[in-house]
Design a protein around this ligand. Structure first.
Ligand code: DGL
Length: 268
């Protein structure tokens, strides 16, 4: 069990921010990452479609003999996370709960902002999770659909990024939130620019919080890898690997070598 890899999936490249934190915190663990690059973005799709795609990703990873499943995508975590454990026989971790816990712990004035894709915001999942922890927290949620393409283009700083961020976040700023959840895989890459617009606001990075949860669960279940041999990291994508490699190596700050293209749904 301990030698088996941790499986991580996302709608595309953004989940590499979660993988990056897992690898930083748990360098001994083997990982397998699946990016559904042929069908990204999920954030503009219906709940039914997101759920179907997520089942396909989860069952592909189960065939890789993983010991734990990490749903790096905020949109999937917001919409279909409760349904996935019924279909897999390993522990499943999403990004919403860890982010919500960190936000509830960080706020001093009980006003929290959440930004994410349209589907994540529409689901109300972050708001519910935060209020479950502390029901007197006021949650202000906002979809920022242009942030994903900005990051995909590598425009994470500079004037265009700053103007787009200022325009989206002006309303949330006026609500007086002291904590802002970056509720989308791509947003941690905009963190310095978001911070320059939202001065004195604590930014919650779901990727970091999720990696901490993975570590806690491995410790609790005694399933962490202890072998001194170097960990292996495999990648699967559903579209051609070239763009994934060029943009992804920037996200991951490491080389992406072992990568294969697959088709979803799998032919059975
Ligand atoms: N991975 C998605 C998320 O975290 C962002 C990209 C998409 O819309 O698929 O919500």
């Amino acid at each position: 069990m301990n030698e088996r890899p941790i499986g991580i999936f996302d709608s595309g490249i953004g989940g590499l921010t979660v993988l990056s934190e897992i690898r930083r915190l748990l360098p001994a663990e083997h990982t397998i990452y699946l990016g559904d690059t042929a069908r990204v973005p999920y954030g503009i799709r219906s709940a039914e479609t997101v759920t179907r795609y997520s089942f396909e990703c989860a069952s592909f990873l189960m065939r890789q003999n993983i010991k734990m499943l990490v749903v790096a995508c905020n949109t999937v975590s917001a919409i279909s996370l409760p349904l996935i454990p019924e279909r897999v026989n390993v522990p499943v971790i999403g990004v919403i709960e860890p982010g919500a816990r960190a936000a509830a712990a960080a706020t001093r004035n009980n006003r929290v902002g959440v930004i994410g894709t349209e589907a994540t915001v529409k689901s109300g999942a972050y708001s519910k999770a935060i209020k479950n922890i502390k029901n007197n927290i006021e949650v202000h949620s906002l979809a920022c659909p242009l942030f994903v393409p900005l990051v995909e283009e590598g425009w994470t700083d500079g004037e265009i990024a700053r103007l787009v961020i200022e325009k989206y976040l002006s309303g949330i700023k006026e609500t007086g939130v002291d904590t802002l959840v970056l509720g989308c895989t791509h947003y941690p890459l905009l963190k310095p620019t978001i911070q320059s617009v939202m001065k004195d606001v604590a930014l919650i990075d779901s990727a970091i919080e999720t990696a901490k949860t993975v570590k806690e669960l491995l410790e609790k279940t005694g399933t962490g890898r202890t072998s001194p041999e170097a960990a292996q990291h495999g990648f699967f994508v559903t579209d051609s690997p070239e763009k994934f490699i060029s943009v992804g190596e920037g996200f991951l700050k490491r080389k992406i070598e072992d990568i294969k293209k697959i088709a979803l749904p799998m032919e059975v």
